[in-house]
Design a protein around this ligand. Sequence first.
Ligand code: UDP
Ligand code: MG
Length: 317
Amino acid sequence: MDLSIVIPIYNEETNLPALYARVAQMLDAQPSWQAEVILVNDGSRDRSLELIRELAARDPRIHYITFSRNFGHQIAITAGLDLSSGAAVVVMDGDLQDPPELIPALYAKLQEGYEVVYAKRRTRQGESAIKLFTAKMFYRLLASITSVNIPLDTGDFRIVSRKVVKALKQMPEQNKFIRGQIAWIGYRQTFLEFDRSERASGEPGYTYSKLIRLALDGITSFSDLPLRIATIGGFTVSGVAFLVMLYAVYARFFLHNYGVGWPSIMVSVLFLGGVQLMAVGVIGEYVARLGANARQRPLYIIEDTDLAPEPAPEARY
Ligand code: UDP
Ligand code: MG
């Protein structure tokens, strides 16, 4: 198998026909490739699964994995990678925001001796100003506080070699931030630019709460800076509080200032309370992820698939 194309699908019934048509057309134009397309149904609540099964019955290149429920985009990609068998694997979205027509160029670039070729968004169409702005800020923030070089303005649309898939399988963390993990793996990586179009139709499956979770996963998996800020902030606030205490003693005994002073007490108590809650919250984010990893649950439950199950369990951990 030369190429596997992994596509997570969550409520994409309106996009699946066009997606299939464009992927099939792209593959038809590359008769020398032996390729498979893995559609990962991530607990869709519409007719996506039915359509996927129809496609798989019609076209032997199409395979499916269907989950027992919605596990999320990153986990759907992980399952597709786990069961893929291509020497190269493409990951792309199922809403046609990532053009399948770019795949031959990605593939050609990979053959030049890279292990990862990611598709970098030159422009993004049809997304709200808020989403564009928050995404941009998030990528800048992540780049400035992490030690791995996670490429800016890049989603999961990319091609990776089998080597990288093997390395990913050795990273069993529960809170997946695949683009960060791939950056962490290293090897020779490069990019191609493309114009990201609008979602063809249907609703984005990524709600703001899922996006925030993804952002926190990205930060907590690749940076300890928030923890350090909590510590440094704690020391700073205590230092200031100590100076205030010295001043209070001085004012009491030398300036003979017997003022009631409740505003200053209220302010400092509230301020300290806020700082403490914030620090505890930051620690909580990390502890929650430690807990999730300590439980060692499987990342996903497959209800049905027409692919061979993963070859060897020892490859995973
Ligand atoms: N998706 C998924 N599970 C989810 C949410 C989304 O598998 O819980 C899939 C979705 O079908 C699409 C891709 O992930 O193929 C990207 O989702 P979306 O278009 O909502 O994200 P955005 O483009 O807004 O980042
Ligand atoms: Mg989308």
